[in-house]
Design a protein around this ligand. Structure first.
Ligand code: BV8
Ligand code: ZN
Length: 242
């Protein structure tokens, strides 16, 4: 770990990619861990526009359940260290796959949010009167599935589903962030693209790569420094050595 601490200097360009594992200690269920199933559905089966078109009530039941759970969760030590680093290091960038909003609530600066937010919604019909996406903090919807206040049609969660493209400006911000000296992938199973491809991209750009995860992932064998353990313990340990 000394090698990593030595590289975390004020001049260093530091990029961190996070996944559901950084929110695990806050009580937010991960996607593919033991508690990742919901009513025996795999996320890939529900987090698609096809599933929503076929059964909007079922998909909204899953999202309403997640919103309800996340609403009672607090950022944990991992979020707080990263929020501190986002202020302390001038060239720090955080890319997250998470939609739970805990990095934002921890006060992290300039987050690159790849997959949108579970606290945002959009009109499913894309009615001209509604904004592209808007914030909706409702925990218990009066009506299920919830309706668009502008046209009365359905609304959808403001997240990027499988098979949907990420916003181009967000992908280019992420590509930019791959030009870094230190790249840390934290709490992600590294199976969802394009995020999973960022690790190789950072390596190709000459970054020193680190993984923090209690389990091995497809990225483990290719990073310079695999750290096995929870983000909520390893990140404070690194922070204490800075
Ligand atoms: C796209 C939002 C262009 C919704 C999500 C190339 C190759 C192969 C497949 C594809 C490809 N390109 C596109 C695809 C298809 C697809 C894909 O990657 N499929 C996978 C399943 C193979 N990708 C897409 O469709 C993407 N779109 O590329 O557009 C395009 C379009 C059409 C056709 C081609 C290309 C869109 C992907 C976005 C999908 N939306 N979420 C929602 O959240 O409801 S993805 C979903 O998975 C979440 O966002 C989540 O963040 C993400 C990744 O999961 P993880 O965060 O890694 O969580 P997971 O549970 O898996 O792992 C947790 C990890 O934490 C574990 O490793 C665990 O060990 C660890 N952990 C546990 N506790 C701790 C811990 N770590 C640290 N500390 C702890 N305490
Ligand atoms: Zn509408």
């Amino acid at each position: 770990m000394e090698d990593l601490v030595r590289r975390l200097t004020p001049e260093a360009r530091i990029t961190v990619l996070t996944g559901a594992g950084v929110s695990a200690a806050s009580g937010v269920p991960t996607f593919r861990g033991k508690d990742g199933l919901w009513k025996n559905f795999r996320p890939e089966a529900l987090a698609t526009a096809e599933a929503f078109g076929r059964d909007p009530s079922l998909v909204w039941e899953w999202y309403a359940w997640r919103r309800f759970r996340i609403a009672t969760c607090e950022p944990n030590a991992a979020h707080l260290v990263l929020a501190d680093w986002s202020v302390r290091f001038p060239n720090f960038r955080l890319i997250t796959q998470n939609v739970d909003g805990l990095h934002e609530r921890a006060g992290t600066q300039n987050i690159i949010r790849l997959h949108g937010s579970i606290w945002e919604v959009a009109c499913w019909q894309g009615c001209g009167k509604s904004p592209k996406r808007w914030r909706d903090d409702t925990v218990t919807f009066k009506q299920m599935p919830p309706r668009c206040p502008y046209c009365g049609g359905l609304i959808r969660p403001g997240v990027v589903w499988f098979g949907e493209t990420l916003e181009t400006n967000i992908v280019s911000q992420a590509m930019n962030a791959m030009k870094c000296d230190v790249f840390m992938t934290i709490g992600t199973s590294a199976v969802v693209y394009p995020a999973a491809g960022f690790i190789e991209q950072a390596r190709a750009n000459g970054a020193y790569t680190v993984e923090i995860n209690p389990e091995a992932t497809p990225a483990t064998r290719s990073v310079d420094l695999p750290l096995s353990g929870g983000a909520e313990t390893i990140l404070p340990t690194i922070a204490a050595s800075l």
